[in-house]
Design a protein around this ligand. Structure first.
Ligand code: AQP
Length: 332
């Protein structure tokens, strides 16, 4: 089977519906046809300020939500990035073949460093894409399903793989990014031209996977719309309603025109009630399964340890080859 790699940062207590629709639902479908590696990228999360106890909790919570959303740890390799030391080790090697100017062109770094300010911008934030390249290349990955915003990082990964291969001989498989559809992009309910995000300033427009169903329903009823009153997809003129239609369609597997027809001549209130029901029905079981898993952290940790061992076997084989080719004297 071809290999697939993807991951998410444990940057909040709960994932949001954009992570679910844009990533988890696709991962769940892809895990049948691919040998998949899904990581909770805690080393990446360290590039933002973190409370240590909270980071640990968020890491477990993120893993529990992967499983609750249908990622099967017996089928896919679901592990915590820092459990496999090869990630940090390969990142170092790759950093030695990454140009300073090349890394400086990464738009996510430019955006984030501007947002954080000079004092909070670390070297780790700068080399984030190199660590991401290491994540992907360690597993001889064929495809990387990512959002549009990560495309540049996967391009860098490909460049680094090709550079290493031409300098030291064929070592890495060169991965392809699989960019998710625009219809899989979810926007903030209160600010529907901004991407819904775990780190949004206000949580009024964020639908959390682990929110109480009543809270999710209330957020949907309060979502920003427009004064036209027609349930119709038009991303430019009606970003709020269009976003709700995309969520509705993604969670039900229905086409947007069919949903528009169903709500033709009815107001936004009815439409929002319908969507709230869809969201609560979809998330209810995911939420209770995640909470159940979190009730037994020892068992969850055991699953993660077993999966890390599987990941490590693949990662270490690549790293060994890399060290050897790069000319590092091997310990006997
Ligand atoms: N709004 C979104 N719509 C569709 N997909 C989304 N993803 C995130 N937000 C949306 C996808 O979820 C995965 C999460 O990746 P990440 O945790 O590395 O960080 P991110 O993309 O930056 O997601 P967040 O939620 O906005 O997190 P923070 O606030 O921590 O940066 C990716 O596959 C992403 O495409």
């Amino acid at each position: 089977k071809p290999r697939l790699y993807s991951g998410m940062q444990p940057s909040a207590d709960s994932l949001q519906i954009g992570n679910y629709i844009g990533a988890l639902m696709q991962w769940r479908d892809l895990q049948e046809a691919y040998e998949a590696f899904f990581s909770v990228v805690d080393l990446h999360a360290l590039t933002q300020p973190n409370d240590p106890a909270e980071l640990r909790a968020k890491t477990r919570r993120t893993a529990a939500q992967y499983i609750a959303a249908g990622i099967e740890p017996s089928k896919s390799t679901l592990y915590v990035q820092s459990h496999v030391p090869a990630h940090a080790e390969l990142a170092w090697i790759l950093s030695t073949i990454t140009g300073f100017g090349e890394a400086g062109r990464m738009t996510q770094f430019k955006d984030k460093s501007q947002r954080y300010g000079a004092d909070a911008t670390s070297v780790g934030l700068f080399t984030y894409p190199v660590l991401m390249a290491a994540d992907i290349l360690l597993y001889q990955t064929d495809i990387v399903p990512v959002g549009d915003d990560q495309k540049q990082h996967v391009e860098l990964t490909r460049d680094l793989a090709e550079r290493f291969n031409s300098r030291y001989g064929e070592t890495f498989r060169v991965p392809m990014p699989v960019i998710q559809q625009e219809t899989a992009r979810i926007y903030d309910l209160q600010n529907p031209t901004a991407k819904m995000s775990k780190s949004a300033e206000s949580d009024a427009g964020v639908l959390w996977l682990l929110d109480d169903p009543a809270v999710s329903a209330k957020k949907i009823m309060r979502a920003v719309t427009d004064s036209e009153g027609t349930v119709r997809y038009d991303r430019e003129a009606k970003p709020g309603v269009s976003n709700l239609l995309v969520i509705y369609a993604a969670l039900t597997g229905r086409q947007i025109p069919a949903i528009e027809d169903e709500y033709a001549g009815r107001g936004y209130g009815d439409f929002k009630k319908g969507l709230a029901e869809v969201v609560v029905n979809e998330f209810g079981p995911v939420r209770s399964r995640a909470l159940e898993l979190l009730d037994d952290p020892a068992e969850l940790d055991r699953v993660l340890a077993a999966n890390a061992a599987r990941a490590e076997a693949v990662a270490n084989a690549t790293l060994d080859d890399v060290y050897d080719r790069a000319g590092l004297l091997r310990r006997v």
